[in-house]
Design a binder for this molecule. Structure first.
Ligand SMILES: NC(=O)c1ccc[n+]([C@@H]2O[C@H](COP(=O)([O-])OP(=O)(O)OC[C@H]3O[C@@H](n4cnc5c(N)ncnc54)[C@H](OP(=O)(O)O)[C@@H]3O)[C@@H](O)[C@H]2O)c1
Length: 329
């Protein structure tokens, strides 16, 4: 197939482009040119801001796409301007997030509203997304415009398939999801302060999610569809940290401290009442997609980041204070 990918040069989108190319599809990447893809030099590019796509519609049409995969829409305007520029007819797949669920807002509000796992039928938020305070690094939308529910609505109206992603980890992750543990490994710390670590937070390995997105494109049915894509089994927070430590080959003891003593980057190990756990059962059934063993994926991701990512903040004074609180309990 001939497929246009909007975005596709940094992390999840990059993994999707790699997956599509490996499966034999012809891909045209459309992005501004601020982040060029590493290791995908042979894939053709069109440099355009997504809000200027209307003026590039001729070039998009000349590519004769069988499909468009939108990896980078953050706002209603992002979605509607892209949809106005792409030709009618091709298959459409857009990426969203499990932050659309009401449970996500409850995590931030400290309330409990939803049974888990969250399915595609679970209630969605009726208020703004939990964290609108920042623009994701490298994007240029206004935080008050960020809303995946708006992106989904625009795409579903055009018969698209929407893939809701969990927290994503893996090679090229510019958010360095394992960084809160790996900076302590790099700092040769011996102890890591944690809370009970029981929180369930769905995750997904970028190359595995990319395979799910490829299958959603290939098996597109022309009727609006939503799929959660995430790990089939979710290790509680403490267990995920233990997997990261073991994968890094580190000798780092986890020490339980009171929640109010936790360093800010470890507060997710404290008591969070609402789990944020999604089910990918629908994608498994409809697309035949099953996420690989998460422990194996964490190992691959950690190996990549140990080699490629910066060591991170070397100030461990908050850890020392937390560990002292544990010892004086
Ligand atoms: N990371 C997570 O944990 C997570 C969780 C849930 C959902 N998601 C979703 O996954 C998707 C993929 O994220 P990603 O950043 O890894 O994707 P990506 O597609 O690898 O990178 C973002 C792409 O968008 C392009 N871009 C950014 N602003 C643009 C603009 N105004 N006009 C044209 N192109 C633009 C960037 O290239 P240039 O800079 O060169 O323009 C880059 O190619 C996003 O929709 C994100 O919300 C991610």
């Amino acid at each position: 197939m001939r497929l246009i990918v909007l975005g596709g040069t940094r992390f999840v989108g990059r993994a999707v482009v790699a997956e599509l190319v490996a499966a034999g599809h012809d891909v045209l990447i459309v992005h501004r040119g601020k982040h060029e893809p590493v290791g995908l030099a042979d894939v053709p590019h069109l440099h355009a801001h997504r809000h200027d796509l209307a003026s590039r519609a001729g070039e998009l049409r000349r590519f004769r796409p069988d499909g468009v995969v939108d990896m980078s829409a953050m706002t209603r305007t992002d979605a509607t301007m892209a949809l106005a520029a792409v030709p009618e007819g091709p298959r459409l797949v857009a990426v969203s997030s499990i932050d659309v669920y009401r449970a996500a807002a409850s995590v931030w509000a400290g309330t409990v509203t939803d049974a888990v796992p969250l399915t595609e039928m679970s209630p969605v938020r009726d208020s703004p997304p939990p964290d609108r305070t920042y623009v994701m690094e490298g994007y240029d939308y206004d935080p008050s415009d960020y809303e995946n529910l708006d992106v989904e609505a625009a795409y579903l109206e055009r018969g698209a398939t929407v893939c809701r992603l969990p927290m994503v980890y893996g090679p090229y992750d510019f958010k360095h999801r394992e960084g809160f543990v790996l900076r302590r490994v790099h700092g040769r710390r011996k102890q890591l302060p944690v809370g009970a670590g029981g929180w369930l937070w769905s995750r997904g390995y970028a190359p595995e999610l990319a395979r799910g997105i490829r299958l959603a494109v290939e098996q597109w049915t022309a009727s609006p569809e939503v799929f959660n894509l995430c790990e089939g089994q979710c290790a509680p927070l403490r267990m995920w940290i233990e997997q990261i430590v073991a994968s890094a080959g580190a000798d780092l003891e986890l020490v339980c401290v009171p929640d109010n003593a936790l360093p800010s980057d470890l507060d997710i190990t404290g008591d969070i009442a609402q789990h944020w756990l999604a089910s990918a059962a629908k994608a498994e059934e409809a697309l035949g997609w099953v996420h690989r063993d998460p422990a194996e994926c964490v190992g691959e991701s950690v190996a990549w980041h140990m080699e490629h990512s910066p060591a991170g903040d070397g100030d461990f004074s908050a850890d020392d204070r937390a560990l002292a609180a544990a010892h004086t309990r």
